[in-house]
Design a protein around this ligand. Structure first.
Ligand SMILES: [Zn+2]
Length: 100
């Protein structure tokens, strides 16, 4: 478990984007769509803590090693579904990258 203090956990931005999923889309290069949510900076810090708690509780099962951004987005999706479902997923134009 690693929280990068230079990234979203300590962000002071009004809007923080967090990747929460992806799907294959052969019409795009790279060939996938990324989905993200936008939160305020305190919500983003809470999201990151919940993500890390998911590792601690082994909630990600076989996907626990999320060094790969795709795996990280899948795990973030579980936190989104469980705790932030009120925030709509948006298709992101940004390249996939863990923001935590
Ligand atoms: Zn993680």
């Amino acid at each position: 478990m690693v929280i990068n203090p230079a990234r979203n956990f300590m962000s002071t931005s009004d809007e923080v984007e967090t990747d929460v999923g992806w799907r294959i889309n052969p019409n795009r290069r790279p060939a996938f769509d990324v989905f993200s949510i936008i939160t305020g900076n305190i919500q983003a810090a809470a999201f990151i803590l919940l993500h890390e708690l998911g590792h601690r509780t082994k909630s990600y099962e076989d996907n626990d090693d999320d060094g790969d951004p795709l795996a990280g987005a899948i795990n973030n999706g579980k936190i989104h579904d469980a705790c932030f479902r009120n925030l709509r997923r948006l298709r992101s134009n940004a390249r996939l990258g863990m923001k935590s």
